[in-house]
Design a protein around this ligand. Structure first.
Ligand SMILES: O=C(O)C(=O)C[C@]1(C(=O)O)C=C[C@@H](O)C=C1
Length: 288
């Protein structure tokens, strides 16, 4: 089985791959769209992509590229704990750190730390936390730092100057597994694992109560909605569609009823995938 991930080795996405697919062939790509393209082109069987973080919310590039370009079905999900550390080349004082490199989502998870402890440092966005660690390891002076995990520190020979610099202790990231085959089931289903369906709904036009009608179709059938988010349709200001996660399968008779009701209202409903939920809380030690 071939898996693509946002590389290089030492990213959180690589940790998610190791948790879900231990021992499988993992291939590093420079961007999240490239990971998806590799599956679309048939070079790779599955990709693992970050989709949502406790502190910073949705990873927009993942949802936008998935919905507008790649259109790959979601076949699995994993949630892993995220610990952000400040990594340097050798030991320096915090006050000596002049530049901080990381993925924009990782920087955002540490805003308060950067604001209070490193107000003098300039932050720079890198394509991943692993890339940031690799860049810092290759720099001449020791006054640059990367935000990343313990795996990246080991991979690139960096020192952990300060542990756990993320602003809220309960930090997790959710990853999707994508495939070109909606029927594939690469992730072993835990006993009793619950199923979730991700979908998006486009409203026919902007009228009073339109979203309320959509929500009501799920509510009176007692289908629990665990997430709803609006994203721009990219067709004009104020044009949005709604991405939702619900606690049932798309084949469920009640879900079919929602689809029919929404279509009768002139909405369009697109299923992004029905998949089992995996929470790797107990293996937190593996995700530092
Ligand atoms: O840069 C990485 O290590 C990634 O795997 C990307 C990513 C993200 O895009 O959210 C994944 C998990 C963390 O929340 C921070 C960064």
């Amino acid at each position: 089985m071939k898996i693509s991930y946002l590389g290089p080795r030492g990213t959180f996405t690589k940790m998610a791959v190791d948790v879900l697919f231990p021992g499988e062939e993992a291939y590093s790509y420079a961007t999240i769209p490239q990971c998806m393209d590799a599956v679309v082109n048939g070079e790779i069987d599955y990709c693992v992509v970050p989709v949502e973080n406790t502190i910073e919310g949705t990873v927009p590039i993942t949802m936008d590229y998935l919905i507008h370009q790649a259109k790959l079905p979601i076949v699995g999900e994993v949630v892993i704990p995220i610990r952000q550390h400040l990594l340097t080349k050798g030991t320096v004082e915090l006050s000596d750190v002049k530049d901080v490199y990381s993925h924009s989502h990782a920087i955002a998870q540490c805003h308060h730390f950067l604001h209070t402890e490193l107000p003098h440092a300039v932050t720079h966005a890198a394509s991943s936390t692993g890339t940031a660690a690799k860049m810092v390891a290759a720099m001449e002076d020791g006054f640059a730092a990367a935000i990343g995990n313990e795996l990246a520190a080991k991979e690139f020979g960096l020192t952990i100057l300060q542990k756990d610099i993320h602003d809220y202790a309960n930090n997790h990231t959710r990853f999707f597994v994508l495939s070109s085959d909606a029927g594939s089931n690469p992730v072993k289903r835990d006993a009793g694992a619950k199923m979730k369906t991700s979908l998006y709904v486009t409203l026919p036009s902007d009228y009073a109560g339109a979203l309320h009608q959509v929500l009501a179709a799920f509510a009176w059938r007692k289908i629990n909605m665990s997430k709803i988010e609006s994203r721009p349709m990219k067709t004009g200001l104020g044009n949005y569609f709604f991405i939702m996660d619900v606690s049932c399968e798309a084949e469920d008779i009640l879900f079919q009823g929602v689809r029919q009701e929404l279509e009768a209202l002139g909405c369009s409903l697109t299923v992004l995938g029905s998949y089992p939920i995996h929470q790797y809380e107990k293996k937190a030690g593996a995700c530092s």
